[in-house]
Ligand binder design. Structure first.
Ligand SMILES: C[S@@+](CC[C@H](N)C(=O)[O-])C[C@H]1O[C@@H](n2cnc3c(N)ncnc32)[C@H](O)[C@@H]1O
Length: 189
């Protein structure tokens, strides 16, 4: 939820964000995915569940701050999942630059660190260089009321990328707490 502390589960069978993340990554045939903002390691574990069965499956996750409770979560994962998560204790911008300099390639990125226009735009520009053409760049908290991610999305659209905003419908049931997930195809129109 918006407070970053609690979760509201409307239907115990389906966690919309994690289910969506898992199947987007898996159904797009992603082998390597890079994430900004590890925090407690929940999304990294979810991403690992989508790529661990693939040869070379890897989740590289960047966060300069130690959140030691992620180790408890990851310790409970099957070896196969835990083994494909690589945590790098580095800020997202430095970490993405280093990945570019090292010639790393990914099929997807999840941006979920600092929810400001400037940071998301800076991360996006770098992610677009390490993710393959047509790969997925996902941006969490697209509607987060304490952030300015929406303005970064407008810049991304103005730069010629297609942006789809999930959980923004004006009808239906709210399945998340006005956080939202944006999907971007890494290819300019
Ligand atoms: C919303 S949380 C990430 C949640 C996580 N993806 C999950 O679903 O489990 C944002 C995290 O970004 C991290 N962060 C703050 N500044 C950062 C930076 N410059 N680079 C990367 N991560 C940063 C913080 O440590 C914070 O825990």
């Amino acid at each position: 939820m918006t407070d970053g502390q609690q979760a509201r589960i409307a239907d115990a069978q389906v966690f919309p964000l994690l289910a969506t993340l898992h199947y987007l990554i898996r159904a797009n045939g992603v082998i390597r995915v890079i994430e900004t903002g590890t925090a407690r390691g929940v999304s990294a574990a979810c991403l690992a569940s989508a790529v661990a069965h693939r040869s070379g499956g890897r989740v590289v996750t960047l966060d300069p701050f130690p959140h030691n409770d992620r180790l408890d979560l990851w310790a409970d994962l099957p070896d196969r999942l835990r083994g494909c998560i690589e945590q790098r204790t580095v800020g997202s911008i430095e970490g993405l630059h280093a990945a570019i300099d090292a010639g790393e390639r990914y099929e997807a990125a999840l941006l979920d660190s600092v929810h400001t226009e400037e940071n998301v735009w800076a991360e996006f520009e770098l992610a677009a260089q390490v993710v393959c053409p047509g790969g997925l760049i996902l941006i969490h908290d697209a509607r987060y009321q304490h952030g300015t991610v929406d303005r970064a999305l407008q810049r991304i659209e103005a730069a010629g990328y297609n942006v789809v905003r999930l959980w923004c419908a004006e009808g239906g049931v709210d399945e998340d707490d006005h956080l939202g997930l944006a999907l971007i195809e890494n290819r300019q129109r």
